[in-house]
Design a binder for this molecule. Structure first.
Ligand code: IVH
Length: 681
């Protein structure tokens, strides 16, 4: 923080401008993109500096000052906006016991209480999730919304209905009740999710909070339902009648409705007791199943809360007592390289084991080549590490200044197979170019192919895969259906009996008529996760048809026309089918096992299986909405007109596609007729 007191007016004005811009940018990164660039502590430091400057120079407070905003403004995420019945507020932060004592003293002053009057507080963990308001009317869950900017949030009702912690119905509750709390992801669920994301070549989340936010703010509730989200209540908004006379009793009532409330919620009579509870929670922090970043205190008596009211963005009756960031110093003993399924080389730092906030850390992710260069890391360096988001420890600073030891050269060959390792232009990740000849990639790809979300072959775990790879029985996925040729050899090997071998072979046989969407997901094409695979199979019906489209001249346009498929995904699909060895592998596979036809959950209509092209501008709906309508009818929205097109919906400004449709004699209708078709279906 710069020295507020020493700044001149011009400097202060400049600094306030910079802070307003920076804080707005970090808000956006955090709330909208779920991709923060700075730690919470660094963010808090910026907010504090801004506040201190504004207090010293009140006439310089800007119209766009961060202190006037709550969080990020809701953006175009595709979710509908909801105005909260009561604003969703934020909390003032404290970082020391003295600040907590001052908080209570301030309350006494505000309420004109004698300095020795007891002010009972509640204390509970501050969960690192995202706030959500659940509205119950006559006991039924009718609306769920994110906080957004505090006044207007996003409608996430359909997504919240997939969270099993949250009851759809509550009994003996006020006619209107908004329960507020945090949607979060448990640490273990987060780690497992990231493994699945990594296996699918999808986005890796930085921490459980970002994973929870990314999972909740989805247009497709099916995505949310596949993510292990949880909920803990910490308060309420609108209530048609009082829940109780105190915060503590009100929370007990909410728990009585079957809505989870922290079991670390206590009521304390004195500041000393409140601080003792903070110590206890900090002590238990590492063992808790979810991330927390502090303790929240609230004035227990609701009549006092009422009198205390709010200042700007936060209630006078509440305080967040944050934990200090967990950091430690240790030595970087080695840098190992791990090779993932897509060939990505990930550097992992091996450390002299060190305790960080109650957990022994011995490995850190070093992310990529650029990160090692940025920190100037060499083996043997002293480093400062931090447990970010409580899960993946990171190196935040290199403490070594001497430059006599050799610098670290990032490998230009794959440590597993010796193939060249390169970073494509504009990419930070270095990848092994060995493809399927690389044993690391082979193992990772096979692991993914047989995994639960893909082919789900019971009994074919990592240990067996490694064994079969080493025996030379497995090279690619097709060989899985050839394992039966090795039945005799396998029986009698260590750990294998006739029964276990036959069970495995039966599990493999049972997957012969597999679901094409799972199969496609299992192929591990970059960016094609389980949901995208389903979207693609809904549009194309089979992997063979997808292959045909991916190799056609219009591939990118055709593929990007599918809902949920963007340019990056389309390119990855084209690249995959462009590789001869991938096509050969598929052909081989299809001789041994045949996917069933895709069973869509869309209704059968006269449009099922038909191909529709939208062209020109649409006036009453977006292109995306029109495509979604087509898909709901079981049809496929394509990007270009061909002999296979069944219908063209043309709006004003339609050009070459309309012309081509007319040449080919394809039925052409306008937007109004399309709307009629949709309404009738
Ligand atoms: S009370 C008006 N209690 O922290 C008071 N908030 O920094 C509203 N949070 O927006 C919040 N755990 O999303 C409260 N036990 C807890 C909490 C908690 C996490 C979040 C909440 C709030 C933010 C404020």
């Amino acid at each position: 923080m710069s020295e507020v007191g020493n700044l001149g007016e011009a400097e202060a004005a400049n600094r306030l401008m910079r802070l307003a811009k920076d804080i707005a940018r970090h808000d956006k990164l955090y709330h909208d993109r779920d991709a923060p660039e700075i730690t919470d502590a660094e963010y808090d430091a910026l907010v504090r500096e801004n506040r201190a400057l504004e207090e010293a120079f009140p006439h310089l407070v800007r119209a766009d000052s961060p202190s006037k905003r709550l969080g990020a403004v809701p953006v175009a995420s595709g979710l509908a906006k909801v105005t909260h019945a009561r604003p969703m507020l934020s909390l003032e932060n404290a970082f020391s016991a003295d600040e907590v004592t001052e908080f209570v003293a301030r309350i006494r002053r505000f309420l004109s209480l004698a300095p020795d009057t007891e002010v009972a507080l509640t204390g509970e963990p501050k969960i690192d999730g995202l706030s959500c308001s659940l509205r119950y009317e006559n006991g039924q869950l009718v609306l769920a919304a994110t906080r957004g900017d505090g006044a207007v949030g996003e409608d996430v009702t359909a997504n919240v209905r997939t969270i099993s912690d949250i009851p759809q119905e509550i009994a003996a509750a006020p006619a209107v009740l908004e329960v507020r709390g945090e949607v979060y992801m448990a640490k273990s669920d987060f780690a497992a999710l990231n493994e699945r994301q990594e296996a699918a070549g999808s986005k890796i989340f930085a921490n459980p909070r970002n994973a929870a936010a990314g999972s909740l703010r989805q247009k497709d509730p099916a995505v949310t339902s596949a993510r292990p989200l949880r909920f803990l209540a910490h308060g309420w908004g609108e209530a048609s009648e009082p829940l109780a006379g105190t915060q503590y009793e009100a929370m007990k009532r909410i728990a009585g409705f079957g809505i989870p409330v922290s079991d670390l919620l206590v009521r304390t009579a004195t500041v000393e007791d409140a601080l003792a509870h903070y110590d206890r929670i900090e002590h238990e922090r590492a063992e808790l199943p979810f991330d927390i970043d502090g303790v929240v205190y609230k004035v227990d008596r609701l009549d006092l809360q009422e009198r205390l009211g709010f200042v700007a963005r936060a209630p006078r009756w509440g305080l967040a007592h944050k934990f200090p960031a967990e950091k430690a110093e240790t030595t970087l003993e080695a840098i190992d390289i791990q090779v993932g399924r897509t060939g990505k080389l990930t550097p992992v730092g091996r450390l002299t084991p060190v305790g960080v906030g109650g957990v022994i850390v011995q490995n850190v992710t070093l992310h990529n080549r650029d990160e090692i260069a940025r920190l100037g890391l060499r083996v043997g360096d002293r480093v400062r590490i931090q447990r970010a988001g409580d899960v993946i420890p990171q190196v935040i600073e290199n403490l070594t200044r001497d430059t006599l030891r050799a610098s670290y050269d990032f490998p230009d060959h794959c440590p597993m197979c010796g193939s060249e390792a390169v970073a494509e232009e504009g990419e930070v990740d270095v990848r092994c170019t060995g493809g399927l000849i690389c044993p690391a990639q082979r193992l990772e790809r096979l692991k993914h192919f047989v995994s639960r979300g893909a082919m789900d072959i019971d009994g074919l775990g990592e240990k067996s895969l490694v064994e079969f790879l080493e025996l030379g029985w497995l090279k690619g996925p097709a060989d899985i259906w050839r394992l039966k040729d090795h039945r005799g050899q396998l029986i009698g090997r260590e750990g294998w009996k006739e029964k276990s071998v036959d069970n495995l072979l039966a599990a493999i046989e049972s997957r012969k008529g597999f679901d094409p969407a799972r199969f496609l997901f299992g192929l591990g094409i970059r960016h094609v996760g389980a949901v995208t695979a389903k979207d693609l199979m809904r549009a194309f019906g089979s992997v063979e048809e997808l292959e045909r489209v991916a190799r056609s001249d219009d591939a990118i346009a055709e593929l990007s026309a599918v809902e949920g498929v963007g340019g990056v995904v389309a390119e990855a699909i084209v690249d995959f089918f462009h590789e001869t060895h991938n096509r050969e592998e598929l052909a081989e596979l299809f001789e041994l096992a045949r996917p069933a036809t895709f069973v869509s959950n869309a209704r059968e209509t006269e449009w099922t299986g038909k191909t529709i092209v939208f062209t020109g501008s649409l006036e009453t709906m977006s292109r995306d909405e029109a495509k979604a309508q087509a898909e709901r009818l079981g049809a496929r929205a394509a990007g270009s007109v061909s002999a296979k097109t069944d219908l063209v919906v043309a709006g004003p400004g339609a050009g070459s596609k309309l012309k081509k449709a007319e040449e080919l004699g394809i039925r052409v209708i306008g937007e109004a007729d399309w709307a009629k078709i949709v309404a009738e279906a």
